[in-house]
Design a binder for this molecule. Structure first.
Ligand code: WQD
Length: 349
């Protein structure tokens, strides 16, 4: 069966995707620095898969994608046992918009330099199939809504610039004359929620930057209250609107993209993965309060640098190309996310 190297595979989206890969018969190698994740997520994946040969089918290597010699050895070791890596799903990177504004070089080094190192090693070992974790942040403030892939790439923060730079790197690679690369660039909107078992979930190291884990921790009493960044946006209730997609729908999208690449010649896909439905900050708070039965106290403060008013996906291309369609609702995200929070009050720690 195909062997997939998953960089950042112990992270939030990575661990959920590893689970689906294994359920679909792939063998998985996780490469992760644990900079912003815990290896315990992979223990949970093993527990969920449960069967006896899981330790042969799922291996985990601690390492940094900027370490060329390490990645080279990972590929080489698999070749020596006659079980070469067939494809890479590349999640490893840093992704906090506000942090990127304060520390841009960290984002250019880890995200861009790291990806260049990974691609060089892949090229050397003739592994030319990659699914890349990109982001709707590359669009910046969209001109049209919902946002389609034809929207101008115009990032407004170093995180978005780093993702756009990697997309350009992949495009250049594909355009080279002798290209036999197969590339899927997946632009996520806002991934939230958890596996329905409550065993896998989002485990931000330190205080979360994203809305959903913050709401969850306020509801659980880990944090006192939530700061709402602006209530004077151009939206029905004045708070910013995002396209929140269940992490399991996102994981399914990765498998669909991988299967597409494995069954087609020389592909280059750039696809939005979102639901097409936008919810405001206040709507998410209200839904979470309803599901959890807990209050989420908040205070309105000034807008956060780098934020946009509305970001909602047109994912029709992913639906037509991959026959992929998100199936879970905001309610499902809140139910699953709250179960994760209750079962894991301090994440994987
Ligand atoms: C959502 C909304 C905030 C925190 C995210 C990730 C980024 C990328 C794209 C993957 C916004 C508001 C938030 C808070 C708030 N993901 N908010 N109070 O900014 O859309 O970007 O998706 O690539 O990595 O950051 O997500 O969850 O930070 O914010 O009011 O304490 O919630 O203003 O409108 P964002 P977010």
């Amino acid at each position: 069966m195909s062997v997939v190297l998953v960089t950042g595979g112990s992270g939030f989206i990575g661990s959920h995707t590893c689970l689906i890969l294994l359920e679909n018969g792939f063998d998985v190698i996780v490469l992760d620095s644990f900079l912003n994740s815990s290896p315990r997520s992979i223990d949970r994946v093993k527990a969920l898969i449960g069967n006896s040969d899981i330790n042969k089918r799922l291996t985990i290597i601690e390492g940094d994608i900027r370490d060329y010699n390490l990645i080279d050895k990972v590929f080489e070791n698999r070749e020596q046992i006659g079980n070469s890596i067939d494809a890479v799903i590349h999640f490893a990177g840093v992704k906090a918009i506000s942090e990127s504004i304060n520390n841009p070089l960290k984002y250019w080094d880890i995200n861009v330099n790291g990806t260049c190192t990974l691609l060089s090693a892949m090229n050397k070992h003739n592994c030319k199939t990659i699914v890349f974790s990109s982001s709707a942040t590359v669009y910046g403030s969209p001109q049209t809504l919902p946002i389609s892939e034809s929207e101008k790439v115009n990032p407004e923060n170093p995180y978005g610039h780093s993702k756009a730079a990697i997309e350009q790197m992949l495009s250049d690679l594909y355009q080279t004359s002798c290209s036999d690369w197969k590339i899927a660039i997946l632009r996520y909107f806002n991934p939230i929620g958890s596996h329905a078992s409550g065993l896998l979930g989002e485990h931000p190291i330190g205080k979360p930057a994203n809305l959903f884990p913050l709401i969850s921790q306020v509801a659980a009493g880990r944090l006192k209250s939530l700061k709402v960044f602006g209530a004077d946006w151009d939206s029905p209730d004045g708070t910013a609107i995002r396209d929140y997609i269940h992490v399991m729908d996102l994981a399914d999208g990765h498998i669909a993209a991988l299967n597409y690449l494995l069954t087609h010649e020389f592909s280059y896909l750039k696809l939005n993965l979102g639901t097409g439905k936008g919810y405001s900050v206040l709507e998410v708070i209200s839904e979470f309060e309803k599901i959890s039965g807990k209050r989420v106290p908040f205070e309105v403060v000034s807008k956060r640098k780098g934020d946009v008013a509305i970001s909602v996906a047109d994912s029709s291309l992913a639906k037509s190309k991959l026959n992929w369609c998100p199936t879970r609702s905001l309610t499902d995200c809140c139910v699953d996310g709250w179960k994760w929070q209750l079962l894991n009050p301090i994440g994987y720690s």
